[in-house]
Ligand binder design. Sequence first.
Ligand SMILES: NC(=O)c1ccc[n+]([C@@H]2O[C@H](COP(=O)([O-])OP(=O)(O)OC[C@H]3O[C@@H](n4cnc5c(N)ncnc54)[C@H](OP(=O)(O)O)[C@@H]3O)[C@@H](O)[C@H]2O)c1
Length: 240
Amino acid sequence: MVSLAHKTVVVLGGTSGIGLATAKAAQAEGARVIVTGRSRERLAAAQTELGGRARTVALDVADEAGTRALFQEIDRVDHVFITAGNVALDARLAPDSAALRPAMDVRFWGAFNAAKYGAAKMNEGGSITFMSGTTARRPLRGAAVSTASCGAVEAFARALAIDLAPIRVNTLQPGYVDTPMLDELLGEAHAAIKTEAGARLPVRRIGRPEELADAVLFLMKNGYVNGITLTVDGGGLLVG
Ligand SMILES: NC(=O)c1ccc[n+]([C@@H]2O[C@H](COP(=O)([O-])OP(=O)(O)OC[C@H]3O[C@@H](n4cnc5c(N)ncnc54)[C@H](OP(=O)(O)O)[C@@H]3O)[C@@H](O)[C@H]2O)c1
């Protein structure tokens, strides 16, 4: 496996949760890390956690011009991981359709922007990793468009593994992971719901961001892994 030492790793949506854990893990292996996010507070907190070697940049991944500008000023990119995703609730497609568009704008078109401008700065050892979720296999009730956005990036990764070759393109597909996003989605009772959800899993607990980061580093470093969707869910899909 190729080391990440002296590589440039860009994590779009890297100021919290799985993205931040990945940035930390890559940096611990000697990578130069650039992380992006929208909230200034999260960017500042991530800068403090990662230290002066890392760079933090304010960027919404749905912003194509901003993504182009980010990559334009980086000489060479080795690995891109895009975590940003939007979970829009849409029971029976009831709300205004426009309210559902961000789900595709962020996860799918964000992945498109990251791949388009990131790949342009990569050499043949480069890799791109998208983010979906096990919802692509077992849909989350009332989130059909978000579910479709997960399926879309998985198919997109397989197509790009052909079109951008020899750059490798894969997708990470997590089950429950203990992050601020999950707490926000679950609401006030998040602690109890996470314990219950974990108890139903074969591994008896939900995932930790560091465990997903470990999987992303595998996708970045293993030069023979290409066009796959890597499920990391504690066996959740097996038990329904
Ligand atoms: N946690 C889970 O159980 C779980 C399970 C399956 C899949 N996932 C997927 O994993 C991904 C990461 O989630 P997480 O759990 O690590 O959440 P998190 O802790 O909230 O982290 C999300 C990161 O993405 C950034 N982000 C969100 N929207 C963005 C946008 N439009 N442009 C740029 N950055 C953006 C956030 O910063 P700002 O908000 O400041 O922009 C933050 O840095 C999501 O796509 C989620 O759907 C999570």
